[in-house]
Design a protein around this ligand. Structure first.
Ligand code: MLC
Ligand code: AMP
Length: 506
């Protein structure tokens, strides 16, 4: 098997039909996908890489970036997508940890990324830009446009997605061909994908949501995608009348609601709006229903498990609940003492099934820590079956997420681990210690805020600190605000009381 071959089974009979359309007026057919992915796969094959080689990619979103992902699958290698916001220190860590055989980056970053890559023994560095330029496509152009997709075992790796750890450095979640194909097949039925669907795609393609959930769904259904480079509400409003499905993080829906041109008429052709990656406020859920006439379908997933829970397509979608367990997946809610929780009892969410990843790249101990002795993956999310939301009573087969046991901030759908930011701040001159917290933010859901204690006699300038962080870490991780205070509140055990800081600074 190969995930690509499974997706390909869904491609439409007419290879000349439109598969991708871009706002610049470019149209790609299904035949174009087949030919372009074959040429890139032939290029990768010509490099005579070792089986299981990682192909690390940090490029802007473009149709060719999607083809590169699909070509990597076809050639049987492991795709490693990297957020375009990552800076040198972050990229260096990923490249040193994953040891990719090939790195593909934007031309503008070639000089520094290639230095990091060659130092880490990467054999090949190519470039790929948004405008169909770069050495990857130049080199692929001389290769044949036919390629026999490499046969893989179900358990072979298809992708590695780095997800930050609560302590220590990021961990690479290893996802297999089976993890991704089983999830795509389940969602195809669960969300009622049908002939004639058109997906409006404005998510980034270096995470589960945009790459696997959204793109796999359309590919497996043979549906055209309107391929937008990023979220731009006026472009969404321009293309919604031609679309039937859209997927986004909650910020997508918050911003659509603020746009005076967004209304029922624009959504007339739409069949389904999906939200995930971060909590959707019931207020947004309700307002969206009022303004658009559509009930957002919220679902819950993560890099290690792809999708595990979803509100139903046909049944009742409940604001404030992430829905029911997907077919083939098992979920349990367990108390800290290890007892199964009943309805309305809060506990830790654990999951088992064909969607659950193989482990963290080269971190067997971390992998073991995150699984229970009987093989369930600990999500780090806290929730309950049923109970009540502001929308009313929730049936006992629906899950509500109420918090996280992991110290994690989700800002605009991106994860930020306070520990990582605190360590950057603590290294700065004049800083005694810091605490990073998430506070409610109207656009991003949560915003990163740092509370910093100066060393005795030191004078700190929060603007300068923010500017310095911007040059060192991905922009979405940079605190929106830094508050300087004389000391951090601590409990009797000496632990920083972040809840008190949250109350104080919200
Ligand atoms: C951008 N900025 C952010 C940010 N995105 N700040 C906090 N959180 C974010 N998410 C900052 C930039 O640094 C910049 O700051 C300013 O906001 C404007 O940047 P921008 O690039 O113009 O932002 P914009 O294009 O508007 O992007 C916002 C966004 C984007 C929400 C559309 O972040 C996005 O597409 N998020 C989706 C994330 C996603 O796909 N998550 C899925 C993970 S998978 P300055 O200071 O430079 O001006 C997963 C599993 C699952 O979680 O269940 O799906
Ligand atoms: P990531 O590691 O980027 O894949 O993020 C996964 C995390 O996002 C999950 O563990 C949850 O904490 C969070 N998440 C995903 N979907 C939802 C949702 N619908 N509601 C609340 N949190 C969510």
């Amino acid at each position: 098997m190969n995930l690509y071959s499974i997706l390909e089974q869904g491609f439409p009979k007419n290879p000349e039909a439109c598969a991708l359309e871009t706002p610049e007026g470019l149209y790609y057919s299904w035949r174009d996908i087949d030919r372009a992915t074959a040429m890139i796969a032939n290029l990768l094959k010509s490099l005579k890489l070792k089986p299981g080689s990682r192909i690390a990619v940090q490029v802007e979103k473009s149709p060719e970036a999607l083809f590169l992902y699909l070509a990597t699958l076809r050639a049987g290698y492991v795709y490693l997508p990297l957020n375009t916001a990552y800076q040198a220190a972050e990229i260096q860590y990923f490249i040193e940890n994953a040891e990719p055989a090939v790195v593909i980056c934007s031309s503008k970053n070639f000089s520094w990324i290639s230095k990091i890559a060659f130092k880490a023994d990467t054999e090949h560095v190519f470039t790929l830009d948004e405008n169909r330029k770069g050495s990857l496509l130049e080199r692929a152009a001389v290769h044949s446009d036919r390629f026999k997709t490499v046969d893989k075992k179900e358990d072979d790796l298809a992708a590695i997605l780095y997800t930050s750890g609560t302590t220590g450095r990021s961990k690479g979640a290893m996802l297999t061909h089976r993890n991704l194909s089983s999830n795509a097949q389940v969602l195809k039925d669960f969300w009622g994908w049908k002939k004639g669907d058109v997906l409006l795609h404005a998510l980034p393609i270096f995470h589960v949501h945009g790459l696997f959930v959204a793109a796999h769904g359309a590919l497996l259904n043979g549906s055209k995608m309107i391929w937008l480079p990023r979220l731009d509400t006026s472009q969404l409003i321009r293309y919604l009348p031609q679309s039937t499905v859209m997927m986004g993080v909650p910020t997508f829906y918050v911003r659509l609601l603020l746009d005076p041109d967004f209304n029922r008429e624009v959504c007339k052709n739409m069949r389904l709006f999906v939200s995930g990656s971060a909590p959707l406020l019931t207020e947004t859920f309700n307002s969206f229903e009022k303004v658009s006439g559509h009930t957002i379908l919220e679902r819950y997933g993560m890099s290690e498990t792809v999708m595990l829970v979803s509100n139903p397509y046909k049944g009742k979608r409940i604001g404030g609940s992430v829905g029911q367990v997907l077919p083939g997946v098992q979920v349990r809610v367990v108390s800290d003492q290890g007892k199964l929780c009943g309805t309305n009892e809060i506990g830790n969410i654990e999951v088992r099934g064909p969607n659950v990843f193989k482990g963290y790249w080269r971190m067997p101990e971390k992998t073991a820590e995150e699984f229970t002795a009987d093989g369930w993956f600990k999500t780090g999310d806290v929730g309950r079956w049923g109970g009540e939301t502001s929308a009313g009573k929730v049936p006992s087969n629906y899950i509500c997420i109420v918090g996280r046991s992991k110290d994690l901030i989700i800002s605009g759908g991106y994860n930020v681990y306070p520990k990582e930011i605190e360590s950057f701040i603590d290294d700065m001159n004049g800083v005694e210690e810091s605490a990073v917290i998430g506070i409610p933010h109207p656009d991003f859901g949560e915003a990163v805020l740092a509370v910093v204690v100066p060393k005795p006699g030191a004078k700190l300038d929060s603007k300068q600190m923010i500017d310095s962080l911007k040059s060192r870490i991905a922009n979405f991780k940079v605190p929106k605000r830094i508050e300087i205070i004389p000391s951090l509140p601590r409990n009797a055990m000496g632990k920083v009381q972040k809840n008190i800081l949250r109350q104080q600074f919200t």
